[in-house]
Design a binder for this molecule. Structure first.
Ligand SMILES: *Cc1c(COP(=O)(O)O)cnc(C)c1O
Length: 460
């Protein structure tokens, strides 16, 4: 399998190279040149999650990993999800199902991808003898998932910058309590935007970049998207695919999770519609409704993992909607630097063939947490509640609707308490989170300070 950049000017790579490099050199995102077709979807019914994962992921990895390597990586990754089904489905109402993706070690769906790529990185680096330094910036969930997944992995150091005092206590503790010499939580004196700007500074210093073998694992890494295709298959076959069509609603920020759904669809899964659910930061909803992709300012919300202005993986959906015209993508991405662009009529029509969208306000989010609790006894996290609210506006009789539940409610206790008056308990496997000692390094919002810290602390 060969991987090409959405901007058409970067070298063609194999899976392992695309995984280790993250972003393409021309600023674009890597995509597989062709989409593999899943032959016998009906045969997936009732198989263990790991077996479905192997069958879905295998064609994307080409000959980069042996069967044993890939199966071993999948087994180790998903043994850490605390549910026998890994991604269980729960019924909310007639025709409406919740896909619970929060049983992993950091209680958000990002564990599904991060756990797997940590295992794949370890295999690839062991083979090449290469050592790398992963640096990331997080507003919460990505950083904790990366630290949990990469702790103790050979040949890798992980440094995660988070804005000091601006992540929830659960999120912070998930980053500061893992006990391993190769993971480092950095509390930066600044906002999330400062963390992201310093990250760019580090990557733009090519000498430093080469010296420490800088790598990224943010949501534009293709290997993360691939891992997320799997649960669309397990959910759909449980509900009657391939003999029955269904719809998915996905709480969306950077467009990684929902993009994975579009690949499941392209592989032959009968997904009728993929419904984008946004909070008040609704650039994707506006883009799909009006064709205008215009950057606004981020309004902090009670669903912080979806508080974005620019949705990075949307570039991949645009590339496909523009008929793989890399020149057109280069042009609109240039316009984006000046604030935004208008999606061409043809591309907008292609997107609307199966993408639908909706936006949910803060009050509606709180109201939906209350409603679902009253109707079912279940407590949803605010992101999942946004999904459920948009799903309910779009349910059609006879077509099962699946809403992706992207985080555990205990990760966002303040919002849940505001909605229903109770603070959800942490699941038993992490009940000791508030007793464990924290290790965190305070650092100035300054690239030179960060560089010295990384050089001093890395174990490789
Ligand atoms: C990251 C995240 C999202 C958004 O996912 P994207 O792939 O960026 O669209 C939604 N909900 C939660 C809880 C998240 O952590």
């Amino acid at each position: 399998m060969r991987y090409v950049s959405t901007r058409g000017e970067a070298p063609v790579l194999n899976f392992e190279q695309a995984m280790l490099s993250g972003l393409a050199r021309d600023g674009g995102l890597y995509l597989p040149e062709t989409v593999p077709v899943m032959e016998d979807i009906a045969a997936l019914e009732g198989l263990p999650y790991e077996e479905v994962a192997y069958r879905v992921i295998r064609p994307y990895t080409g000959d980069c990993f042996t069967e044993d390597e890939l199966r071993g990586a999948i087994a180790r990754a998903y043994a850490r999800i605390n549910h026998a089904a890994r991604a269980p489905l729960k019924q909310l109402a007639p025709g409406h199902h919740l896909l619970e993706l929060f049983h992993g070690p950091t209680l958000a769906f990002k564990d599904f991808a991060m756990q797997l790529i940590a295992q794949l990185f370890e295999i690839a680096l062991k083979r090449s003898g290469q050592r790398i330094t992963i640096v990331g910036a997080t507003s919460g969930d990505t950083g904790s998932a990366a630290i949990e997944a990469f702790k103790g992995i050979d040949n890798v150091d992980v440094f995660i910058m988070f804005p000091h005092g601006r992540v929830s206590e659960v999120q912070r503790r998930q980053m500061t309590t893992p006990d391993a010499a190769n993971v480092h939580a950095l509390a930066v004196a600044g906002h999330f935007d400062d963390c992201q700007a310093r990250l760019k500074d580090l990557f733009n210093d090519h000498d430093f970049r080469d010296e420490v073998g800088l790598a990224g694992v943010n949501s534009i890494n293709w290997a993360r998207v691939v891992a997320q295709i799997v649960y669309y298959f397990t959910a759909a076959v449980s509900l009657g695919a391939p003999h029955r069509e269904l719809d998915f609603t996905v709480p969306t920020g950077n467009f990684g999770d929902i993009l994975a759904g579009s690949f499941a669809r392209a592989m032959g899964l009968p997904i009728r519609r993929l419904i984008v659910a946004t909070n008040q930061n609704d650039i994707l909803h506006r883009a799909l409704s009006s064709g205008e992709y215009r950057v606004g300012t981020v309004e902090p919300s009670i669903s912080p993992s979806m508080d974005i202005q620019v949705s990075s993986n949307f570039e991949r959906a645009l590339y496909l909607a523009y008929g793989k015209d890399a020149g057109a993508i280069r042009q609109i991405m240039e316009e984006l630097k000046a604030g935004g662009f208008t999606i061409s009529q043809g591309a907008l029509q292609a997107l609307r063939e199966f993408y639908v969208s909706g936006r949910v306000s803060e009050d509606e989010t709180l109201a939906m947490i209350r409603t679902i609790r009253e109707e079912t006894g279940e407590i949803l996290c605010p992101h999942s509640a946004i999904g459920a609210a948009v799903a309910r506006q779009n349910i059609e009789p006879g077509v099962p609707m699946v809403t992706l539940a992207t985080a555990h409610p205990a990760k966002f206790p303040d919002a849940v308490e505001r909605a229903v008056g109770v603070r959800p308990d942490l699941p038993p496997h992490m009940a000791d989170l508030f007793d464990l000692p924290e290790t965190v390094t305070r650092v100035e919002n300054d690239v030179e300070a960060l560089k010295s810290l990384i050089l001093e602390r890395r174990t490789n």
